[in-house]
Design a protein around this ligand. Structure first.
Ligand code: PMP
Length: 442
């Protein structure tokens, strides 16, 4: 007897699918990036002065240089077709060579004297992709990454997504404190947890969220401490040096990167991006790293997309070759310098008179970090956040930026960005913020 008869014109009654589907554990850890909710708040209230978004200044975006580079690229059919074809997983070789030369030149080196080649460099869709790839390559769920406290909260999201713990290391106005790093590693060793530690993540120039730069004499110390503990751990603990803001310097001399202190070249993974110094929409980021890490990262990436947008890499190469990048960086510095000055002046004027309020004075980047009296909760569920919204200003609560363990979460802090708003609105926003703080601390 036939038990199943296929009758195409009479579909079986629809049975509801179990909902939701059974997703991976990793997917369940992917959501909840706090910034999404903040963006929502900002979009819902167009009159709000958002000092929250870490976007770059809209007016500064390089329309003309990109138009010229695009025209030059499309003018040459052979090259245009090469750009419109798949590229390689590592990325467009001439751009990798160019970027390597720029990275080394910033550290006062040439390609010839270092013996490094572009096969140590990979191009990605922004540096966030690279941070994810590198972390996924180094870490299993349950591993640990040491992070400066506070740290870039999107990176904390990556760690959470991958099931990796974040362990905070104290920092001050001069960046990560070497003694605190040594002590954190010693503590983890005493707890027999050194085997879980795979990396130290640090934003070494004008960090996100504080605008703080790791000072010169701490750089060598950080590399030395991590290398020493690698010996003890029996595996390399890598330093992921995120240099996203290096070019956005408005005062003072540049500092050599952490890679300069890694003489054996086996510890520091440099990640960088054209997002801040050119255009985030182009999504061109890159990383220079020890060869075994690069090979493993490339294998991972090959499973995802066999390379980030080739066309954009050709475009950026054209723009660089035409000598259009550094003049643009200079223009950006001219555009952001007065905005930083406006935010610091407004802080002095409006926040200065409020007892217990202090802020960091950065020399670059896009952010100013403010600390409030210890009893003042600036978190999203605290009194101040709503009072600030009512006054018409949005900030990023500092508590989002603290690693899971190792250091305390300081809810009495906030990140302010001066990148997006014009100076007048920065002033308005800071005055509104001061009113809210006064009410919250009453
Ligand atoms: N690192 C830091 C510290 C950042 O602030 C950002 C962007 N906000 C990134 C990396 C990633 O930027 P992108 O993916 O655009 O290169």
């Amino acid at each position: 007897m036939l038990r199943h008869v296929y009758r195409p014109n009479s579909p079986a009654p629809a049975r509801e699918m179990p909902h939701p589907g059974r997703f991976s554990q990793r997917a369940s850890r992917a959501g909840g990036q706090p910034i999404s909710e903040l963006m929502h708040q900002a979009l819902a209230r167009p009159n709000l002065v958002s000092l929250a978004a870490g976007f770059v200044d809209q007016q500064s975006l390089p329309v003309e240089p990109v138009r010229e580079a695009m025209a030059a690229l499309l003018e040459e059919p052979l090259e245009a077709r090469a750009a419109l074809q798949y590229g390689t997983t590592l990325g467009f070789a001439p751009l990798r060579e160019r970027v390597l030369a720029e990275l080394l030149a910033a550290d006062g080196q040439t390609v010839a004297e270092t013996g490094l080649s572009a096969d140590r460099l990979i191009l990605t869709a922004g540096s966030n992709e690279l941070l994810h790839l590198v972390t996924d390559t180094l870490c299993d769920p349950g591993d640990l990454v040491l992070c400066t406290a506070p740290t870039y909260f999107v990176y904390s999201g990556i760690l959470k997504n991958l099931g990796v713990g974040s362990y905070g290391v104290a920092s001050d106005a001069q960046g990560l404190i070497p003694e605190a790093l040594d002590e954190a590693l010693a503590r983890l060793d005493r707890r027999q947890e050194l085997s879980r530690v795979k990396a130290l993540y640090i934003v070494s120039y004008f960090d996100n969220p504080r605008g703080v730069t790791l000072v010169g004499d701490r750089r060598a110390a950080v590399v030395e401490i991590v290398r020493r503990w690698s010996q003890q751990a029996g595996h390399v603990i890598y330093i992921i040096d995120d240099m996203a803001y290096r070019e956005l310097r408005y005062a003072g001399p540049d500092l050599p990167s952490l890679r300069r202190y890694d003489e054996a070249g086996d510890t520091v993974i440099t990640t960088h991006t054209f997002s801040k110094s050119l255009s985030p929409g182009l999504r061109v980021g890159y990383g220079l790293m020890p060869k075994p890490v690069l090979d493993a990262v490339c294998d991972q990436k090959g499973n995802i997309n066999f390379g980030s947008p080739n066309f954009n890499q050709h475009l950026v190469a054209k723009l660089l070759d035409a000598g259009r990048w550094w003049p643009h960086v200079e223009r950006l510095r001219e555009a952001y310098r007065p905005k930083l000055a406006a935010m610091l002046a407004a802080a002095e004027e409006h926040l200065g008179p409020i007892e217990g309020v202090s802020w960091v004075q950065p020399e670059g980047g896009l952010y100013v970090w403010v600390e409030l009296p210890s009893h003042c909760d600036a978190g999203p569920n605290g009194k101040l956040f709503d009072l600030a919204l009512a006054e018409g200003v949005l900030y990023v609560p500092g508590e989002f930026c603290f690693p899971g363990e190792g250091t305390e979460v300081r809810a009495n802090s906030m990140r302010l960005s001066f990148g997006v708003q014009p100076s007048e609105r920065i002033h308005l926003g800071m005055a509104a913020l001061a009113r809210a703080i006064v009410k919250a601390t009453d």
